[in-house]
Design a protein around this ligand. Structure first.
Ligand SMILES: CC(C)(COP(=O)(O)OP(=O)(O)OC[C@H]1O[C@@H](n2cnc3c(N)ncnc32)[C@H](O)[C@@H]1OP(=O)(O)O)[C@@H](O)C(=O)NCCC(=O)NCCS
Length: 180
């Protein structure tokens, strides 16, 4: 892997042919980020269900869903997953879009890939008429808690996020999109 000056990253919209690699990268980044105490049943179930190839293929096929992939040397190193027409009780706007996931493989972090995926996601959401883009971040995810405010996102609330019967505090960030 080169340094920041030589890293040649390409970005494009995903097709269903990308589902296998997105699923596996998703598992890796999810576990790196959320399995901070090791693996327990809830984490194991969540990762296998959310990142099955079938589940990711079905998401890519949805009309309200966009995946943008980042590649280096024809290898997937990151992706953004967003949905349009996705509101939240703390957002209250049916024209809002949600950034469901922004995942960069650990060894490719700090090269501007997350930042560029986010900008492309914002542009894509705005082009589809979204008024704002919002995302929730787990309170234990220190790096992401610092990342979003630096990218112009405002903290507007702290909802609970539930998966596999567990409730976890999240912070909700949003950014108004100019062309939404
Ligand atoms: C959070 C995450 C998406 C950030 O992605 P990243 O690729 O490491 O972030 P970037 O390299 O784009 O940005 C990191 C910093 O480098 C800067 N940077 C690096 N290269 C840059 C470039 N070429 N141009 C502009 N900025 C650049 C960014 O401005 C940013 O600066 P900051 O320290 O002031 O925030 C990434 O760490 C990740 O995937 N984490 C695991 C999953 C996760 O937590 N996702 C978020 C919750 S869904």
């Amino acid at each position: 892997m080169g340094d920041r000056k030589t890293l040649d990253v390409t970005f494009r919209s995903a097709t269903t042919a990308d589902a296998l690699c997105i699923a596996v990268l998703g598992m890796q980044v999810f576990l790196d980020t959320y399995a901070t105490d090791g693996i327990r049943d809830a984490i194991a179930r969540e990762v296998l269900e959310s990142f099955s190839v079938t589940a990711i293929s079905a998401l890519i096929a949805r009309a309200d869903t966009t995946f943008i992939v980042a590649e280096v040397n024809d290898h997937l190193v990151g992706f953004a997953h967003l949905t349009t027409h996705t509101s939240h009780p703390m957002i209250g706007d049916p024209q809002a879009a949600e950034l469901k996931r922004l995942y960069v493989q650990e060894r490719f972090t700090g090269f501007g890939i997350g930042w560029q995926l986010l900008r492309r996601g914002e542009t894509e959401a705005a082009s589809q008429g979204a008024s704002m883009l919002w995302a929730t971040v787990w309170v234990g995810n220190e790096r992401a808690l610092q990342f979003y405010p630096r990218q112009g996102y405002a903290h507007i609330g702290s909802p609970m996020y539930e998966f596999q019967g567990e409730a976890h505090e999240n912070l909700l960030y949003r950014k108004v999109l100019l062309n939404g």
